[in-house]
Each structure stands twice: as C-alpha cells, then as structure tokens.
Design a protein around this ligand. Structure first.
Ligand code: NOJ
Length: 743
C-alpha cells in the first residue's frame, strides 16, 4: 500500500511536468547546431539520415536488406529499428560514432506498444479502463523501460479509429470513439515522451498510422480506404491531431490510400494538413516499405518515382525501403526533387537527435545498471496489475455469480486458464511469457481443480468429458477461453470473429451441467458471442492483460477489486452487423423492429450485443435527471457562445451494497444541423468512486468545440438550435436534458 502511494506520488510529480498541449517545438539553439552540422555533410550523409533499417535481431515485416552494419559505417544508414538491449545497441552506436566521418549518432526505434519488458494490457484493452492517468503511467513505464534498454524512439501510439473488429489491428488502438481516442492519444504521447525529450526515462513518440488506416475496407489489413472528407475530418482525423498537439515528435504514414493517393505519397495529408494546418515540426517516417508499395498501388511506375512522390509529399525518413538511399541522388540530379527538400528532411531528423542529447552522449540510453534496475521492477509490476484490473469489463453477472466465495470449489477449465505464452498478446516488445501470471497462478490458494478441456483451435473434443466431470464436482466453473494472441495485430484479420475451435461448444456443454459458469474471455478484438452471452452465468472481458494478467483477473474474480471497465468498442452479435458503432447518423427511416420498411435486418436486431461504454459492477448506480446551464459571451457578437458555454450537472448514487466506481459518460446530439449529425457523441466522462448509498453531483463542462462540427461549407464551428445532452453509464443507457443555443 505504502509503495502504491509512493508510486502515485511519483506519478503526480511526473504528470505536473508533462502536460504540454503544444505541438513539438525545437528547443532554442538547436537549429544553429543542426545548420552547422548540415554545412559539413555530403549529400550521401544527408540521405543516410533519411534512412531507417531493421536489424536482424527481429523483423516486423519482410526483410529486404542485410548488412546494415556496413551501411552504418558508410553513413548510408542513420537510424535503426528492432535492435535493443544495452549491449547490442551500444555496439551499433559505437560503429556510428567511432567509425563514421561525422560521428552522427543513430536513433533506435522499436514497437513498444504496450510495454517493453513489463507488459501492460493491449491498447484496446487498456482503453477500457477509462482512466487517463493510468494510461499515461503505463506508457511512461513502457518508455522508461525501453529507454533503459538502449531505445530512444517508440512506434506508438497507434491512434487509428476503427469500427471493424475483423481488422486485426483493432487491438493496437483505442477503439471506435473519436473523442475518447483523442484523450487516450494525448495521454500516451505524454507518457512516452515524459517531462522532456532527452530524459533517460522518455522516448520519442511516433503517431501512427497517418491516416485512416483503421478504415480498411472489409476489415482486411492493408486494404484500401474510401470515405468522404467530412467523415474523415470528423471521425478519423482528430486523434492524430490530438497526438501532434500533445507534442508527438514523429509521425508514421499508413499503408492505405486516402482519396485515391497512398498516404506515403499524399501531400494533402503530409503537408497541407499535418504541417500547414497543425504546425507539426517533427519528422515523418514511412511505414515498413510503404514507399516501395506505391508501385503496387499503381500511382507511380517505379521505386525511383516513389521516392520523389514521397519527398515531395513531405516524407522525411524511409523505413526499410532503401529507396531514398538508392535513388534520391539521381532524382536530385534530374531536378525531380530539390536540395532544400533533402536538407529540410535531414534537418528535422538531426534536430531530434540533438533534442535527445545524443550528440553530447550517444550512449545515454545504454546503461547496464539502469537497465537492470528498471526492467520488470516491483513498482512496474504493481502499476501493471493496477491498470490491468481497471481494464477488465464485466459483461454479465447473473445471480451475482461473481465475486467468487472463498469456500467455493472451482472447476478452472479452458485452454487459456494456465497458458503463459498467449497472455502478453501481440506486439509484446521484449516481454517474456515466463514472467506472466496466469489465472491458475492468480487463484493459487483457492480450491481449484484445473482441466484444459480443449485447445484454442482445432476440433478435438476428447478433453470435454474430464472438463464436464470437474464441473459437476465443483460449485462454480471458471472457463478461460479466447483467441490466440497472434489472431489479432498486424496481418491478422478474421472473417469470423467467434471463439475459435470448439471452445464455444465446450462452454455450452458446461452450462448444461447447471453449475454457474463464469466465462473469462481473452482476445484482441470484440468477439461475436451471442450464445455465450445467453447461456453463461457471468462474463468477464479481459483482453490480453500482459504480465500481471492472472493477478488482475483474480482480483476481480475474488472481489478484491470491483470491476469498473467500460467497452471502448461495440461487440457485434454477428459479423454480419459489422461495422456496428454507437455514434452513427440517423437515417430517413430509423430502426423500427415492427416495420419492414425501416433501416434494419430481417434476421437480426440492429443493436450490438454489448454497446460502446457498457460495463457492469458488483454494485449498481442510479442517475438523477441531468440539468444544464447555457452561458453566452458577454458583449461579443462575433463569438456567439462563451468558450465553455454549457455545463451539465447530474447526481450519481451507488444504489447497491458494495463500494464501486462508475464511469459517468456525457454524450451530445445536435438535433438539427446544416448537415446530418450523429445520434450521440461522447464529449466527456468522469470516473467516480462511491460507497454504498453515497451520492455525488458531477459537473461537466462543454467547450464550444465540443458542440462544433464541420458545417455544410466545411468550416468548423457551432450552429444555433437544440441539443440533447445525455448522461449515463453507457452509450445506450442515458438520461437527457435538452438545451437551446441561440445565435
Ligand atoms: C509495420 C507496422 O504497420 C507498424 O505499425 C510498425 O511500427 C512497423 N511495421 C515497424 O515494425
């Protein structure tokens, strides 16, 4: 307890310094140093700074290049990824600063997505905690661990909004909602970059994948994207902007096209919006060979042209494609690109190397003792357990089957009950499965009989009988089932999003024993599980929680911790409903189950199985009727509304028998706009702890931008008229107050 308080205090101190809400701005004096260095550099050396190669330590895509050590020596490669640990990094950095002419240090990047050695919940899971401080702390610990192991750049946060659970990469983002996605993007950037770039507990963040990668058609990874500019700006673009405004130093392009132009060659995205509209001053890196892939997209004829299109669009660094290295000189000679563009790209990269302090001490992220003391420390594990249990969502709890009672005999069934290797999920940094606590481990000391029952995949049912026997012999069944970790993540889209193999069948058989069946789900995406929802007694969504998974799940199963997670993404009833999301537009024929001629299916209801924002607790909460106050800017006709024109008040009461946390959510709807508006949009939330019988009155403040949108003429702002303001415990369970905004 004392330690947790200490951790909390440390974090408060950290937070106080980290809350910059400005795009990255070069520190004073940096440009003079960069310019002096640029003046000494040859064209080849400059192009080397625009080049990023993977080492052979690990690879996160098709490897097309070997011999990177020679490339460092010759100055042809100024940046590396997939190389970490102090010893390995130190040696490569040594080559750069001792064996090259200008001794320019390397950047070391890596996909530190949800932890480096201490693995935190997958980002989608962590988004379910609705606790921005916990999310920031998790990113900060990930950064501190990575920065102790030689790294200075993470390819995160991934802020792609998605509405399609077939898409494997849904696990890496914050789910379907734009507003929540923005807040989480900010928290993660602040966490990764810490108080100051160059601190040895911080790394450069890289916002990805810019832009709209999460809208891949049919949820198939790398597929094309097509949407209106209005939907793009309203739903998909804001989280990238929020991350840039939170100070993210770098941005990664995406594999998809936007409006017919691949993102990596898209000047509208990379220059008009990113640099001109948002004032981004960091550097842009491609995704893995996405420059080369523009040939397949069919917008240029060959790789040389791909390099020209990219540089002209605003790409600074080529990840793994070696196009800049092979062709940029020739393109310059032919006048297809300009010297000043190459200089500017090199300037952007070098600035951040200075910012990190690498010229003063190229080995500053290479300290054996710090690495040893930092990785998987007791404090980090504690923080991981804390955010992991906060990320668990209780989806069903009939007959108060949960929490379990200490005297109950538990039949612990399922292929994931004691399976360490899956718990750390996909994109697991340098995490070790062996460091993970399983559910069986978390329930040590309880009266547990464990039987696997079946595999995650496959058709073998020979284990069913033993599982059923254990169930009959127990008071309660805890069935731990789900996907394999590698079934989500990059290049892992699925057309069926049910439980794989015979796991669902096993659960339905277990339910027939008449014993209460608690299903613990582990998965990287929303799953379609209507049969389980109907038949199981209780369901816990636990995602992939990482190193402390089993302890966190045991905390919830035992009632040591009262679950308060809320879904960041709707769970469909079947893949046929996809995309199903809460902030849709109304149609001219809104859903009416009794009328054929409305927007509906003939074989299924429209509502998802579990909606965005949903999650139960071991207690219950009630809401008063909300009230609202509208204020106007005094004597200022040009600013129609005050900066924060609307406040909403609501009283939330714990109407149950145990203490618990409620996530009170505020949604808005503009009833009549110059263009159609979503039926509701999240614009705020508050997480509040209440003792049984306790009430608290919450006040939400809406800023004018919360009520604004891209109007008919694509300018952003508010419109007068009536708005519904809705407060409640989920997107589908709200109480409404109507307000009128005057001109
Ligand atoms: C490709 C992925 O799309 C991207 O997210 C990742 O950062 C890079 N590979 C590097 O591993």
């Amino acid at each position: 307890m004392k330690k947790l308080t200490y951790l909390f205090l440390l974090f408060q101190m950290f937070l106080l310094g980290s809350l910059n809400a400005q795009p990255y701005k070069p520190s004073p004096g940096i440009d003079a140093k960069v310019n002096a260095l640029l003046a000494k550099m040859t064209l080849d050396e400059k192009i080397g700074q625009l080049t990023l190669y993977t080492t052979d330590w690990g690879s996160t895509g098709p490897t097309i290049r070997e011999g990177y050590k020679n490339d460092i020596r010759s100055g042809a490669c100024g940046n590396l990824f997939n190389s970490h640990t102090v010893g390995f990094v130190r040696e490569l950095q040594r080559v750069a600063v001792e064996e090259t002419r200008l001794k320019i240090p390397l950047l070391f990047g890596f996909d530190v997505i949800h932890g480096y050695k201490t693995i935190f919940p997958i980002p989608l899971g962590e988004a379910a905690c609705w606790d921005l401080e916990a999310i920031e702390l998790s990113a900060h610990i990930a950064a501190a661990e990575a920065a102790s192991a030689g790294l200075n750049w993470t390819f995160a946060p991934m802020v792609d909004i998605t509405r399609d659970p077939r898409w494997g990469r849904v696990m890496e983002g914050a789910g379907e909602d734009t507003w929540l996605g923005c807040r989480i993007a900010e928290a993660r950037v602040h966490g990764f970059q810490g108080k100051k770039l160059g601190n040895t507990d911080a790394v450069l963040a890289c916002v990805k994948h810019y832009a709209a990668y999460g809208a891949a058609t049919a949820g198939r990874d790398y597929n094309t994207v097509d949407m209106s500019e209005r939907f793009f700006r309203e739903y998909y673009l804001p989280p990238y902007k929020a991350a840039v405004q939170a100070g993210a130093a770098t941005v990664m392009t995406s594999f998809n096209e936007y409006d017919g132009v691949p993102a990596t060659g898209n000047k509208y995205l990379l220059t008009n919006i990113l640099r001109n509209e948002w004032g981004f001053k960091g550097f842009v890196v491609t995704d893995y060979t996405s420059m080369n892939e523009m040939v397949n997209h069919g917008v240029i004829a060959d790789e040389k042209e791909a390099g020209e299109l990219s540089l002209n669009a605003g790409v600074d660094m080529d990840m793994q494609g070696s196009i800049y290295q092979r062709f940029l000189k020739q393109s310059l000679k032919q006048g297809k690109v300009l010297q000043k563009q190459i200089d500017e790209a090199a300037r952007r990269v070098l600035r951040l190397k200075f910012e990190l302090g690498l010229f003063d001490d190229p080995y500053k992220f290479c300290n054996e003792e710090r690495q040893k003391a930092t990785l998987l420390s007791a404090d980090h594990r504690k923080a991981a357990r804390d955010v992991s249990r906060k990320s668990i969502v209780l989806l069903k709890n009939d007959k108060n089957a949960l929490p379990l009672q200490r005297n109950q005999k538990i039949a612990l069934i399922g292929p994931l009950a004691d399976n360490k290797s899956e718990l750390i999920g996909n994109w697991n940094g340098a995490g070790n499965a062996d460091d993970c606590i399983t559910v069986a481990g978390g329930l040590q000391g309880w009266n547990v009989t464990q039987v696997k029952g079946c595999d995650i995949e496959g058709t073998d049912k020979s284990g069913f009988e033993a599982a059923l026997a254990a169930a009959r012999n127990a008071d309660v069944v805890v069935a731990v089932v789900g996907e394999k970790a590698m079934m989500s993540g990059e290049a892992a889209s699925r057309t069926e999003i049910t439980l794989p193999g015979v796991q669902e069948e096993l659960i339905l058989e277990l339910c027939k024993t008449g014993k209460p069946v608690v299903v613990v789900l582990m998965n990287g995406r929303p799953l379609a599980i209507p049969q389980i929802a109907q038949n199981a007694t209780a369901i816990l969504e636990t995602w992939w929680l990482g190193t402390e998974a089993g302890n966190a799940i045991a905390d919830v199963l035992s009632g040591t911790y009262n679950p308060a997670g809320r879904l960041p993404m709707s769970f469909p009833r079947s893949v046929g409903q996809v995309p199903v999301f809460y902030n849709e537009r109304n149609t001219g024929r809104p859903y009416n189950p009794d009328s054929k001629w409305t927007s509906r299916y003939i074989d299924e209801v429209n509502a998802p199985l579990y909606p965005f924002g949903f999650g139960l607790s071991y207690t219950t909460f009630s809401y008063s009727q909300p009230t609202a106050t509208v204020t106007y800017a005094a004597n200022d006709a040009s600013k129609r509304f005050a900066k924060s024109p609307v406040t909403v008040q609501v009283t939330v009461t714990n109407s149950g028998k145990v203490a618990g946390e409620e996530v009170a959510q505020l949604y808005v709807r503009d009833l009549v706009g110059s263009v159609t508006r979503p039926v509701r949009e999240l614009k705020g939330f508050q997480k509040v702890m209440l003792q049984p019988g306790e009430s608290k009155t919450l006040t939400f403040t809406l800023k004018s931008e919360d009520l604004g949108f891209y109007r008919r003429n694509m300018t952003f702002g508010t419109e007068p008229g009536e708005y519904d303001l809705m407060v409640g415990g989920s997107s589908q369970d709200v109480k409404t107050v109507r307000v009128r905004l005057e001109k």
